[in-house]
Design a protein around this ligand. Structure first.
Ligand SMILES: Nc1ncnc2c1ncn2[C@@H]1O[C@H](COP(=O)(O)OP(=O)(O)OP(=O)(O)O)[C@@H](O)[C@H]1O
Length: 344
């Protein structure tokens, strides 16, 4: 069994706000999870779900009101310095750098602050600049204030890597980045995990979560609603997949053809049917337990009968975003934000 590098047990956190009208927000209501060595574990959740609060507790920046967490084997409250020595934390891409210093100078400053000897630090800086691709972009010698968001994020990750941490805790590491920078950051995250580092990330970006995560948890209202590999989550939430058919044929025959399909699979047709430029497209839902062949056979035979050509048959698996929407309930309030962020 792999070693647990992050263990959260029943974490509880409350915030009290407002002086006159006291308001208690239960940010975490008993959050438990484990992340094993070499794993990439994503925390997904709508706004205010408790993601950043969890990150801050794991990063020893905030104490829980209840429960406990251990990172790299050490308690985040009682042994916070042991934890800090072993983790790399990226909270917000723009935080904490010196605006007038270049990328390289900033890294030198932080490297010295982390106690890395000067000679060793210089070669380490070149190494991490290469890993995050900042030299190629000309970001190494640019003052921080003149960097693009993508360069700043890369520098943030470079700073995290200076310490060569066992565990990386990254809060929305690709938020707002251009596609190339987001891809680079995802690539670095995967590479680090393949080298045995453990990665905890929070994200709103479902496509990203699906691309990088070994396992993911969906957190809603301070509680983990569901946890598993992206595949497990999909199977648990959706017990069917949609088969999409594209057939080409004559417009008049298309009506008759489709009415046959409808009479056979009336309540299993999902989404609309379209007929465009001679191509009829429709979807039939198939439960995961039943074989798809009889449906494929039926449609193929019907197509032959009506002199239609079957252009394509494919299974459309639900995405992690579909799971997220189903699990986190109505996301109307967040929809703009969620949609906006996955469109990268
Ligand atoms: N310092 C604080 N004082 C009062 N309430 C807080 C504080 N920090 C967080 N909260 C509240 O705790 C809840 C969880 O916040 P948290 O920042 O962990 O959510 P999140 O999942 O990271 O959301 P987002 O995606 O919007 O960053 C929210 O209701 C938030 O308003």
């Amino acid at each position: 069994m792999a070693e647990a590098m992050i263990e959260a047990s029943n974490l509880v956190k409350r915030f009290v706000s407002g002086r006159i009208r006291r308001r208690v927000v239960e940010a975490l209501r008993g959050v438990s999870f484990r992340v094993y060595k070499g794993e990439i574990y994503s925390f997904l959740g709508p706004n205010g779900a408790g993601k950043t609060t969890t990150v801050r507790i794991l990063a020893t920046l905030l104490d829980p009101d209840g429960g406990e967490a251990r990172v790299a084997g050490f308690d985040v409250v009682k042994e916070r310095w042991e934890v800090r020595r072993r983790i790399g934390v990226m909270l917000s891409v723009e935080r904490g750098f010196y605006w007038k210093l270049t990328g390289r100078e900033n890294l030198y400053y932080f490297g010295r602050l982390y106690g890395i000897p000067s000679r060793e630090l210089k070669s380490r800086i070149e190494e991490v600049l290469d890993i995050v691709g900042l030299k190629d972009l000309g970001g190494a010698d640019k003052p921080f204030e003149e960097m693009s968001l993508g360069m700043k994020a890369r520098l943030g990750l470079a700073r995290v890597l200076l310490k060569d941490p066992e565990v990386l805790i990254l809060d929305e590491p690709t938020l707002g980045l251009d596609p190339a920078s987001a891809r680079t950051i995802r690539g670095v995250i995967k590479r680090l995990a393949s080298e045995g580092r453990t990665i905890f990330i929070t994200t709103h970006n479902m496509v990203e979560a699906e691309l990088v995560s070994d396992r993911a948890a969906i957190i809603v209202g301070g509680r983990i609603a569901m946890e598993g590999t992206p595949d497990e989550l999909k199977k648990r939430v959706f017990n069917s997949v949609n088969l999409e058919f594209k057939v080409r044929g004559d417009g008049q025959a298309a009506k008759k053809f489709f009415s046959k399909v409808r009479s056979e699979y009336a309540n299993r047709l999902v989404g609309g049917v379209t007929f465009s430029e001679g191509v009829l497209t429709f979807r039939i839902s198939v439960s995961r337990e039943e074989p798809a062949e009889p449906i494929i056979d039926y449609v193929t035979r019907l197509a032959y009968q009506y002199k239609f050509k079957v252009l394509e048959i494919k299974a459309l698996e639900p995405s992690l975003e579909d799971v997220f929407v189903a699990v986190s309930g109505s996301v109307d309030a967040q929809q703009g934000r969620v949609r906006g962020r996955i469109a990268r």
